[in-house]
Design a protein around this ligand. Structure first.
Ligand code: MN
Length: 335
């Protein structure tokens, strides 16, 4: 049986009772990961808490506009200087402790009697902390953070409003995915009512890509793979292509949505060869009957029904063949 979630009141009590709070998220952080960390951090700072936000990887260029992101520290640097003492350690948007590297945990020294909190919206969350709050219905961890801050009555500074909007917008494909609820739109509306410059934030999120990303997309589409009568499309990003493009962290964000946007497509997949030779797989589905979360689970990964990922052993062509075989089996009988 799945253990019950900690209540918001419990989490609020723990956070209000702490003087110093550490906040971490998953490696290769995206908009929801960083936006959630920054929003919770800014709100807690506004009630007098000392907050340290640490991530395994640096903030990607495309998210550097998020207010406060310059204060996010890289785990390895923190560890080298000595772990930061905290009363409470919070993990946001990370499905398992393995998604936070050991470095991110090691960046903090939990005080005697200190506790760890895990807030997330991945159904595959392993409930690895002392207090867990997992809402798999929520389209973004940022939405949970908004609800937590609202329930607590803590302030929501301007920077936190930008961060929450970025978190929710990026995890819902700009409010397009079926995971977005009325509450999602009401939250966005309240952020705009509070003064959020929505046009400017959207421009920063979706119209400020470096040219190298477009050139990479051109290269990827050159070798676009089309399977199952156009119901499955896939692209393969090799190290050679990444190096030729001068690829930076975050550049591939959203590229899968481009191939997903074709009418016949049900499943879209991006295979990416990593520096360690492993293959990172990102998958998106348009039908709950083609559950990419279940497909990725076959290979040790996880995520949501319509958006999931995993890592596989290389080489990239063999990994793609194995993954696509699993996809095609699940597509049998689907229109
Ligand atoms: Mn998320």
């Amino acid at each position: 049986m799945t253990p019950a979630n900690a209540s918001f009141q419990t989490l609020i009590g723990l956070l209000e009772g702490a003087a110093t709070i550490g906040i971490v998220s998953h490696r290769r952080p995206d908009g929801d990961a960083l936006g959630s960390c920054l929003a919770l951090g800014a709100s807690l700072a506004a009630i007098g808490k000392t907050v340290h936000i640490v991530n395994d990887d640096p903030v990607p260029d495309g998210l550097g506009f998020l207010p406060g992101s310059e204060a996010i520290r890289v785990a390895a640097t923190v560890v080298a200087g000595g772990a930061l003492p905290v009363d409470v350690l919070v993990s946001l948007d990370a499905a398992g402790a393995d998604r936070l590297s050991e470095t991110a945990w090691a960046a903090f020294a939990l005080a005697e009697g200190g506790v760890r909190i895990n807030i997330d919206h991945h159904i595959s969350n392993t409930r690895f902390a002392d207090y867990n709050y997992v809402d798999a219905i929520s389209p973004a961890t940022g939405q949970i953070i908004y609800e937590l801050i609202e329930a607590a009555g803590w302030p929501l500074p301007e920077g936190a409003r930008v961060a929450l909007y970025a978190a929710i917008s990026t995890d819902t494909g700009s409010f397009r995915y079926p995971s977005a609820t009325g509450q999602t739109y009401r939250i966005a509306a309240s952020l705009i009512d509070a003064g959020l410059d929505v046009g400017e934030v959207n421009r920063q999120l979706y119209e400020s890509y470096p040219l190298r990303r477009l050139l990479l997309l051109r290269d990827l589409l050159q070798d676009l793979e089309i399977h199952a009568d156009g119901r499955v499309v896939a692209v393969k990003l090799t190290r050679r292509m990444a190096e030729a493009a001068g690829l930076q962290a975050g550049d591939t964000e959203g590229i899968i949505d481009v191939i997903r946007s074709v009418d016949s497509v049900i499943v879209a997949i991006l295979f990416e060869e990593m520096e360690d030779g492993k293959i990172r797989v990102s998958s998106r589905s348009k039908s709950p009957r083609a559950d990419v979360g279940a497909i990725c689970a076959v290979f040790g990964g996880g995520g949501h029904t319509l958006a999931a990922g995993t890592r596989m052993a290389g080489p990239i062509d063999a990994a793609a063949t194995r993954f696509l075989h699993e996809v095609s089996q699940r597509l049998d009988g689907l229109d």
